[in-house]
Each structure stands twice: as structure tokens, then as C-alpha cells.
Design a protein around this ligand. Structure first.
Ligand code: HEM
Length: 425
């Protein structure tokens, strides 16, 4: 260990949540930017864009496979530290298996698929906003973003809408509750309930195939001469349910909060599509919902001159890479027309680049624009904004309450949205 610079960095600590950008900048400025943390089995930390981008795309040297061997051997530990209890797919697999699963997931995740889904997603947003529009008060988290994002994924999968209150609550709370905190055990039990639903649905579809939706594609598709097992299909569906919600919600909430403090940008974002598209990449860069994810080195290699040995973990610090001044001039400045903004790593890089990125952008655009259109004078109550206390993976907001001049309903079905909001509250 003598040849390593060490750093006391625990990504599960509140201290990290409060200061991770500062820690990254200090490391970057230290002249020795790659450091070793002893926490959670030990891992390398690097804030550099070039290093993080390489680790993400270099499948010859790094893996995120999730092996579980009785003898404790094997390199795979998945993408979390400490490793998660179950293998989520395709994220904790290696190519070419990853590529086959992604192909099976199919056209719903393409830009055209996201566009096709947009009118339906707009209905969901309308329903949520109708539920609060006459009151002049909203919590953008529990009344909107934490619900619609999960509801959309449930519909893409074909899960019954009456389970939305549970799914929205569990997806939101499991992102920020840590072991020992009130509500954590319930959130974990909720994940178990969702998994039971999904197992039941997959097993039912195996016996009685549907009409070619996502589950049917995953069940019948051919993956290198074999079909996915029911467990593997469940793994894919769980990662969609739990991965697509709070990430997109976080991007939306942080942006709405920023627009409260910078209202002069609201009008142009509402009317100028090209400006909105560039601004989306800048919001993704500065808010980086998914802060970090891990890999393991499969061979000896180096990062910025620091030797990294086979079997050692590396933290891919997306949030730090997105503020690397070597790539983004004045990285702390939010410039909505920043030309290089699309070099952000918020959706990852390489084989595992976010499968849901087109859906995420569509959901984000729809939510932000509908809020700007229907609640143009909204004001956030900063004294009641509640941020996640730790950054397990996501740096999000529990609550984002606001007031606005009341308006009129536009034809949704507010009852369903209100029921889901009551569960998340
Ligand atoms: C702003 C919103 C989102 C952010 C910031 C985000 C972030 C990410 C990141 C960083 C990765 C790469 C992880 C890695 O390389 O290890 C990823 C992968 C993934 N994301 Fe997203 N995500 C978002 C929205 C979504 C949505 C809406 C869905 C689905 C409905 C989704 C599904 C997935 C899946 C399935 C993977 C794994 C892909 C693979 O391993 O091949 N994500 N996401």
C-alpha cells in the first residue's frame, strides 16, 4: 500500500453527500488525482473525465459482472459497493450478453420509441398536475416526478396500474434511506413485494404469452443460442423499475429548483426546442443524478499513471468527471447553451450507456415544460426543500414544495394521481 495515496472517502456517508464536489476538486488539484479509499472493501477514486470515460468503456480491462461464487473467488462484484444482494441486468453483465439483452429490450428504448410514448406520458403528467392545479400548492417530488417516472416504466413493462402507490413509494424511498434509518426496512420489504409481483407476472407470461410486449420479447428472444431464464428476465425488469424512476425525477427536480432561482430562462425553454435540447445536456452535466458506479479491473492496468491491479475496484465518479475543467470551461457555471455539454458522462459511456436515456430526456422535457406552461409563476419554498442525506447512487431531493397561482384542470383523471401522491408523501 506504500505506493498509494489514500483518501478517507465513504460514498455512503453524509459528509460525502455534503462535500463530494469539493473533495473531487481537491483531489484534482493535488497533482496526484488517483487515490485509494479503504471503505467497503477498498476502491480507487479518480475524478478525471478521461479516466472515468475509459473505465466505463474499456470492457477488456474492467467488468461490472455480478458473480457469486461459493469460494468467494471471481472478479465480479456488480456496480455497487458493498455489492448488492441480487444481480441486476443488463447492468451487471458483460458483453456480448449485455448487448443481446439490450437488443431484446427493443424499440421502446430507441429515440423513435420514446417519441411514440410521449403523448401517453403527457397524459400521466396532466393527471398529476390536474390533481393540484386548483390548490396553488405542489410538491414537485411527491405530486409529480416520483410518480410519473415510475408509472411510465410500469406501463412499458405491462404492470398493473393499481400497484403504482407502492411502486412509486418504494422506488423513491429506497434511493435515499440507509440501513438503520426509519422506513428503511419497509422500503426493502417493498422491493421484495415488487419482486414477487414481477416474478408472478413473468411466470404467468411464460405459460400464457402476451402480444409481443417487453416481457414476451425477453422471454422468447434468443440470447446466444439460449433463452433468458425467468430469473434473468426478472433481473432486467427490476432494474428498469428501480433504475428509471429517481434518476429522471432527480434531473427534473434539480432543474425546477434551478429555474426558481434563475427565472429569466423559463420563457425561452418553453418555446425554443433547440435551446431546450442543449440545456437538457447542461442540466444533466451539472446535476449528474447518478453520482457514481463501480467496476473491477480484470487485468493489471493504470489510471493517470497510478498502477491498478487485477481484482481492485474503481469508482466511476460521473459527477466529478462532469466538472473536469479540462473538458468543461468554468465547470461550476450553468450555461444553457454550452456547446460541449453533451460530453457529460451522466448516462455513462460505452456498452452500458443508459438504455433509458431517450425515455429519460422525453420524460424530463414533458414534465418541465408542462410545469412552466401551467404554473408559470411557481416559487419554491426553499425552507422546506429536503435533500437526500446520503448519496448511495443518486443525489436527489425528497421534497420540493412550491406555490403558484391556481389554474384549471385540463382533463386528466386526478383521483389516480392523488392516490399515488398520498402514498409517496
Ligand atoms: C436522467 C435519468 C437517468 C440517468 C442519469 C441514468 C443513468 C444511468 C447510468 C450512469 C447508467 C450506466 C451505468 C454503468 O455504466 O454502469 C445507466 C444504465 C442504465 N439505465 Fe439509466 N439513467 C436514467 C434514466 C433511465 C431510465 C428512464 C431507464 C429505464 C426506463 C433507465 C434504465 C437503465 C438501464 C436498463 C441501464 C443499464 C444498461 C446496461 O447495462 O446496458 N435509465 N443509467
Amino acid at each position: 500500500m506504500t505506493d498509494r495515496r489514500t483518501i478517507d472517502l465513504d460514498h455512503h456517508s453524509q459528509e460525502y453527500a455534503d462535500s463530494y464536489h469539493q473533495v473531487a476538486d481537491e483531489l484534482r488539484g493535488s497533482g496526484c488525482p488517483v487515490a485509494w479509499s479503504e471503505h467497503h472493501g477498498g476502491f480507487w477514486v479518480t475524478p478525471g473525465h478521461a479516466d472515468v470515460a475509459r473505465v466505463a468503456r474499456d470492457d477488456d480491462y474492467f467488468t461490472q459482472d455480478h458473480e457469486r461464487r461459493e469460494d468467494g473467488g471471481g472478479l465480479g462484484q456488480g456496480v455497487q459497493r458493498p455489492p448488492g444482494p441480487v444481480r441486476t441486468l443488463p447492468i451487471e453483465s458483460h458483453s456480448p450478453f449485455t448487448q443481446f439483452i439490450r437488443q431484446l429490450c427493443g424499440p421502446a428504448f430507441s429515440p423513435a420509441g420514446a417519441k411514440q410514448f410521449e403523448p401517453r406520458f403527457l397524459e400521466m403528467v396532466t393527471e398529476c398536475l390536474d390533481a393540484v392545479i386548483e390548490t396553488g400548492r405542489v410538491d414537485f417530488s411527491e405530486d409529480l416526478a416520483a410518480i410519473t417516472t415510475v408509472r411510465a416504466t410500469m406501463e412499458l413493462i405491462g404492470l398493473p396500474a393499481d400497484r403504482l402507490p407502492l411502486y412509486a413509494k418504494v422506488s423513491h424511498e429506497s434511493s435515499y434511506l440507509a440501513p438503520g434509518q426509519p422506513g428503511f426496512d419497509e422500503a426493502m420489504a417493498g422491493i421484495g413485494e415488487i419482486q414477487s409481483d414481477v416474478i408472478g407476472l413473468v411466470s404467468e407470461r411464460k405459460k400464457n404469452p402476451g402480444e409481443g410486449g417487453l416481457i414476451d420479447r425477453l422471454l422468447v428472444g434468443d440470447v446466444r443460442g439460449r433463452q433468458l431464464s425467468e430469473d434473468e428476465v426478472v433481473g432486467v425488469l427490476m432494474s428498469l423499475i428501480l433504475g428509471g424512476g429517481d434518476t429522471t425525477a432527480t434531473l427534473t427536480l434539480q432543474t425546477l429548483r434551478w429555474l426558481h432561482h434563475n427565472p429569466e430562462h423559463r420563457a425561452r425553454l418553453l418555446t425554443d426546442d433547440a435551446y431546450f435540447a442543449t440545456a437538457t445536456e447542461e442540466f444533466l452535466r451539472v446535476f449528474t443524478p447518478n453520482v457514481q458506479i463501480f467496476r473491477v479491473a480484470t487485468q493489471d492496468t493504470e489510471l493517470s499513471g497510478q498502477p491498478v491491479r487485477r481484482g481492485e475496484s474503481v469508482m466511476m465518479w460521473w459527477a466529478a468527471a462532469n466538472r473536469d475543467p479540462a473538458v468543461f470551461a468554468d465547470p461550476y457555471e450553468v450555461r444553457l447553451d454550452r456547446r460541449e455539454a453533451n460530453r457529460h458522462l451522466s448516462f455513462g459511456n460505452g456498452t452500458h450507456r443508459c438504455l433509458g436515456q431517450h425515455i429519460a430526456r422525453m420524460e424530463f422535457r414533458t414534465m418541465v415544460r408542462e410545469v412552466l406552461r401551467r404554473m408559470p409563476d411557481y416559487q419554491i419554498d426553499e425552507s422546506a426543500v429536503d435533500r437526500y442525506h446520503t448519496v448511495k447512487t443518486i443525489d436527489g431531493l425528497m421534497h420540493l414544495p412550491a406555490v403558484f397561482t391556481p389554474g384549471s384542470r385540463e382533463g386528466g383523471r386526478p383521483a389516480a394521481a392523488a392516490a399515488a401522491a398520498a402514498a409517496v408523501a
